[in-house]
Design a protein around this ligand. Sequence first.
Ligand code: ADP
Length: 481
Amino acid sequence: MRVLHAAAELYPLVKTGGLGDVLGALPPALAAEGIDARLLLPGFPAVLAGLNDLQPVTRLPAPGWAGTAVLRRGTLPQTEVEVYAIDVPALYEGRAHIYCGPDGLDWLDNHRRFALLGITAARLAAGLDGEWRPDVVHAHDWHAALAPAYLRAAGKPAASVLTIHNLAFQGLFPPQIFPELELPSNFFAIDGLEFWGRLSFLKGGLVFADAITTVSPTYAREILTPEHGMGLDGVLRERQAALTGILNGVDHAIWDPAHDPLLAAPYAATDPAPKAICKAAIQRETGLAPDADALLLGAVTRLTGQKGFDLVLDAAEALIGMGCQIVMLGSGEAALEQGFLRLATKRPDRISVRLGYDEALAHRIYGGADALLVPSRFEPCGLSQLYAMRYGTLPIVRRTGGLADTVHDPRTTGGNAGTGFVFDSVDPDALIGAVTRATLLRRDSAAWQAAMRRAMTADFGWGRAAAAYARLYRSLPPGRD
Ligand code: ADP
């Protein structure tokens, strides 16, 4: 069975968050399930430059606004995964960030840049590449969410799946751009793309996809409610029979403390002692006091309202007062960035803040910290807590979405099953309470080590998810021609 994944991100070529990690890991895992999976991405410069053996496939029949569009194909380095790239320099070249300009505002032509992803996916399903034609188009997030709509408009040459990695991002546009999409006019309707007078790419996908998935079972339930449905809970409830939650995994080729060249010292569940060397190294690197006893709290995150770091900012002085240190890597909202920088200037021995995006530093934080802070207001799956567990760094999380599905608190699961600390209220005191429980457990070295071992050996490999996706693909109605 052939499956085409259409998405905007692909680790290691383009990544702004978990989406890129998933697209990097899922296709090889699907190969083990007998699924021939390929990817389709916009031809961002990093994609065109990063693929091996890039060849033109064909000229792409596309709307006039795309100008000359060429479909190319190459392989993802160090894998056998074939990747198609839509080469249209006017849409993708010369933009430092893939979604927004330096002012933080979305690119004005984003509807074109990402509609073309859906258009091209549907064309591939209709046989654009004479050598390979997908049975299923698997669209990821709003960027690719029009693929099921274009497939429907083309008479459904392939089945379709839409995965929601984050319902907060919906691809909303003013209605006047609708003609540019070249979809049937009756698709601009309440049972199509129309969303409160505007156009929603994500809604188009939710309405037209044969199956909808999201990235954890708990988030799949939560998004059916007004609290977490982001205005789409009604649409999702209507499509509830087609919706499932499939938990993301960890790519062990990249995230493995026993074979991670970015760590100061390798370690494993059978011998976690060298983790102390990683802790001392990250304290040294970030200018924190060399304090082996401090509970070192790590954070690798986008600094947005979703991630709940306003709670950490409110709690930070108290946490430092409890003897904790904080090592943070992230970027996002200016108020949060400035707030953390102010604290770091005041207490450089206890809190270190690195603004920006740094894949290697992220590994060193997962390796060196004792615990990872993930106080999200909502979290579709969350990968950082999974990476932390793999590195024996116990996550301190809010009970929501994938965090609720993956982190087990000894308080609720019994002393012999804990892998982290879970709190409920969106409240700095609740966070402080969970950190307090972490400091108490850490006083019992044997209990802490046992929790570390459980976290490190918990099975979050991609095999289980790939098997679930393969079952889903095989259950879909076949394409019509
Ligand atoms: P989201 O996709 O909502 O941002 P996830 O936890 O699913 O959150 O995935 C985040 C991914 O991005 C992880 O791989 C994490 O390590 C990485 N990441 C987040 N912020 C940074 C950063 N500032 N530097 C490096 N990696 C980061």
